[in-house]
Design a binder for this molecule. Structure first.
Ligand code: ARG
Length: 263
């Protein structure tokens, strides 16, 4: 992993931790506690999820996930793209393992970041990459702006990524997936206070924790019924009881994303 990637992950982790400053000091796992698996779920493949993209640097070191929504367009998180230039980013499809060399590598010709994006805890954590060459993989559908039923509390959602398998741990060489229930706005607001902006975010996770996305999963998909409904954005630690993962509520940004996809 490059120093840049590590620095970026650390910065993001700090930003997310600051979200719950009051609890941050006690957020560390007790010594000897078992590492909490991120995506606590299971290993999977890009064959099973062909729209699942690695977002990498020019050396093909993965630092975020992304979702292929048209042959040349990838939806990811704005916080993944801050400070990036098109020439420094690659999108890799069809590569299940981080240390693989297979699949398709595309250069990026344009990075669109939501114009109002500042930090993940303020929302607008969405970006669209335009690829210089088309990906030969099945794309994912994404929610429309009127698709709000996908966010009903208790709905089963699926997350995917190569992120760390514990907070501050190391990445998973193989793509992983897990299912997590959507959490109500009231409950998530109770966890995160004013950092949770219900019009722009949605939370998912078990109240007891144990299954979650984690560092390096950002930008990747939250799928409901196989449709892209959210983008991995932030959380207090990973998989902690009472602190679900927070995802960009894609329906809110659907028209903006469509404008980018068609541009
Ligand atoms: N911000 C992280 C990233 O850049 C994702 C964190 C998700 N955290 C969580 N507890 N679900 O990869």
């Amino acid at each position: 992993m490059s120093g840049l990637t590590r620095a970026r992950r650390t910065a993001v982790a700090i930003a997310a931790t600051a979200a719950a400053a009051a609890t941050a000091l006690t957020a560390a796992s007790p010594a000897g506690a078992a590492p909490q698996p991120i995506v606590g779920g299971t290993t999977t493949t890009t064959g099973a999820y062909p729209f699942m993209m690695q977002i990498t640097d020019a050396s093909q070191d993965q630092f975020c996930g992304g979702t292929l929504v048209s042959p040349t367009k990838v939806v990811t998180a704005a916080h993944c793209m801050v400070g990036e230039t098109p020439s420094g980013v690659r999108v890799v499809g069809g590569r299940t393992y981080l240390n693989g060399t297979n699949g398709t590598v595309a250069r990026v010709s344009r990075i669109w970041i939501h114009p109002n994006y500042t930090t993940a805890t303020r929302g607008e954590d969405v970006a669209v990459l335009t690829l210089s060459t088309a990906m030969p993989y099945t794309t994912a559908k994404y929610v429309s702006s009127t698709d709000t039923s996908v966010y009903a509390a208790g709905t089963t959602a699926r997350v995917l990524g190569w992120g760390t398998t514990s907070s501050g741990g190391s990445s998973s060489n193989q793509l992983r997936t897990a299912t997590v229930p959507i959490v109500s706005d009231t409950s998530c607001g109770g966890s995160y206070g004013s950092d949770y902006v219900k019009s722009e975010m949605v939370c998912a996770g078990y109240s007891s924790g144990g299954v979650d996305t984690c560092q390096g999963d950002s930008g990747g998909p939250l799928l409901v019924g196989g449709v892209l409904a959210g983008i991995t954005s932030w959380g207090e630690g990973c998989a902690q009881a009472g602190y679900p993962g927070v995802y960009t509520r894609l329906a809110t940004f659907s028209s903006l994303v469509t404008a980018q996809v068609n541009s």
